[in-house]
Design a protein around this ligand. Structure first.
Ligand code: PLP
Length: 227
């Protein structure tokens, strides 16, 4: 059995190696430790081991957990966000990665304005157009970007995706490439530079980095299986 600090060290080494394989520096990839269902004391262990960025997919859970976690932790929201939770999310999170509709982006901008903040966001893209998943289709994202980018209190930093499950890790590459292609298309069509691609989870983060991920969201491989 490995310890949490050992697992973090190994993942950081794997991230660095994958970044180098794709001709990039290890610092160009951020590790988001996904802490959903993980108790605050375990999150604090990760902070002590040098982990700074954490992901949560429920506002309510995050709100209870954060006061019990070191102030050195910084939080990204990665779940489906209901409009009645936006005010809390804007207050608690450094980035909202899972913006899945124009109306949600508008609500975030409105609440950020009230809070006197600029809110960094990513657009969640449903790369396989799965009926069961939230997110913009690639075409809808391309069409929505100019309006969203004009909102006064959000900063559009990039795109995120949760690809469908595949048997062989390599089979995820075509979905990841769709996100990479969409980023390029948005940049060339609208002249809006996008800094981040958030893609890759415990089972495929190395492949995602090879394809161009700048943020990977890893839960199980750090904290163990969730109940
Ligand atoms: C839970 C979750 C992850 C992490 O998944 P693991 O397979 O445990 O690494 C990443 N992204 C999102 C959006 C999640 O909800």
């Amino acid at each position: 059995m490995s310890t949490l600090p050992q697992r973090l060290t190994e993942i950081r080494q794997r991230i660095a190696a994958a970044a180098q394989r794709s001709g990039r520096s290890p610092q160009s990839v951020a590790l988001i430790a996904v802490a959903k269902t993980v108790p605050p004391e375990t999150v604090n262990e990760a902070v002590s081991a040098g982990q700074a960025l954490f992901g949560e997919n429920r506002v309510q859970e995050a709100k209870l957990k954060m006061p019990q976690v070191s102030g050195r932790a910084r939080w990204h929201f990665i779940g489906h966000l209901q409009s009645n939770k936006v005010r809390d999310a804007v207050e608690l999170f450094e980035m909202i990665q899972s913006v899945d509709s124009p109306s949600l982006a508008q609500e975030i901008s409105k609440r950020a304005q009230q809070a006197g903040k600029q809110m960094p966001i990513l657009l969640e893209v449903n790369v396989a157009s799965e009926a069961t998943k939230f997110g913009f289709t690639p075409d809808a994202a391309l069409a929505a970007v100019p309006e969203i980018n004009k909102l006064p209190n959000i900063e559009l930093h990039g795109l995120m995706c949760i690809p469908p499950p595949v048997k062989d890790t390599n089979d995820v590459r075509p979905y990841l490439r769709k996100l990479v292609a969409l980023k390029k298309k948005i940049e060339t069509t609208h002249g809006i530079p996008l800094q981040h691609l958030s893609m890759g989870m415990s089972h495929d983060y190395e492949v995602a980095i090879e394809e161009g991920a700048t943020m990977v969201r890893v839960g199980t491989a750090i904290f163990g299986a969730r109940n």
